[in-house]
Ligand binder design. Structure first.
Ligand code: GLV
Length: 325
């Protein structure tokens, strides 16, 4: 008998075809997100789940889903999954690293360029019929090339952003709890800095770490004050890492110049005051959203799940200890 699985949100046809070869699949191609009660009910008789960052996989849910052996997240970040609870119940949890690294780095760069050159403001101006001719001081922005880029969080995506920055001849400084080996620093042309040094020196600050209790409000009012008034903040990693209320105030009163945001505290809700500001570029959590990458992410999650349910080791297993429980 094939194992029974749930796919919580719409995926690509090839993902479902692959899953169907190995599993009895209940899918949600209508894509309406399940509330926690519906999700728990649907998972009671399932051996595995392919889920997304919009699904909370917490202890309360796992308690009710006694057959569950694997939770395969279609995302690299997994703060929607209670990993300790999964491990305690012997449930394997997996994510989708690697396949989205370049695409997500591209979006961070896109936000940096768009905020520096005021692209969304410029487009709104044209669309509103306000453009009546060229003039010298029109939409003055700031240069990305040769500026100082500060990357906080130098994991896979942070490192690729540093490589992209070489093309723009930027000076790259970084901060991370773990300093990189000297040869990697050299290759990336990235210099280690304390968080305060980075905030004080960077023209652009890009955040690229996972959300966890230790990174909650890593950037708040105090940190924003340490940045240059000309600096631009980019958050394309996770909401909650920035104190969004403090960021709104900093953008309103000129503590910093601008911000580019792909993630928000409490998303899909977000602080409505962002909408009143011209010096912010907003995107709806689309960091990994290219056709090729989203297909690759869904297939990676599917392969992780099938490996777990057919006695193999999922390539992206987050909690190897779960197999012993
Ligand atoms: C997207 O935000 C991801 O974590 O993959």
């Amino acid at each position: 008998m094939k194992p029974k699985i749930l796919v919580t949100r719409e995926v690509f046809d090839e993902t479902l075809t692959f899953l169907g070869q190995h599993c009895e699949v209940e899918s949600n191609q209508q894509d309406a997100a399940f509330d926690p009660e519906t999700l728990a009910r649907k998972l009671v008789d399932k051996d595995g789940v392919v889920c997304c960052l919009t699904d909370r996989m917490d202890a309360k849910l796992l308690e009710r889903c006694l057959r569950l052996k694997v939770v395969a997240n279609i995302a690299v970040g997994y703060n929607n999954i209670d990993l300790a609870a999964c491990t305690a119940r012997g449930v394997m949890a997996t994510n989708t690293p690697e396949v989205l690294t370049d695409t997500t780095a591209d979006l961070a760069f896109a936000l940096m360029l768009a905020t520096a050159r005021r692209l969304t403001e410029a487009e709104a101006y044209i669309r509103a019929g306000q453009w009546h001719g060229w003039h010298l001081k029109q939409m003055l922005g700031v240069d990305v090339h040769h500026a100082t880029l500060g990357i906080i969080g130098m994991g896979r995506i942070g490192r690729v952003i540093a490589r992209r920055a070489q093309g723009f001849e930027m000076r790259v400084i970084y901060h991370d709890p773990v300093r990189l080996a000297a040869d990697i620093e050299q290759r990336l042309k990235a210099t280690y800095a304390s968080k305060d040094e980075l905030l004080a020196q960077a023209d652009f600050v890009i955040l690229q770490m996972p959300y966890m209790p230790q990174t909650h409000h890593l950037i708040g009012a105090a940190e924003l004050k340490k940045m240059k008034p000309s600096a631009i903040l980019i958050n394309s990693t996770r909401g909650g890492i920035v104190d969004d209320a403090a960021l709104v105030r900093a953008l309103q009163d000129g503590t910093i110049r601008a911000a580019g945001l792909d993630t928000f505290e409490g998303e899909p809700k977000f602080n409505p005051e962002f909408l009143e500001l011209k010096n912010v570029v907003l995107a709806p959590h689309v960091g990994s959203s290219t056709e090729a990458t989203r297909r690759a992410m869904a297939m990676t999650a599917a392969k992780n799940l099938v490996a777990a349910l057919t006695g193999g080791t999922p390539p992206n297993l987050l909690n190897p200890e779960a197999r012993k429980n």
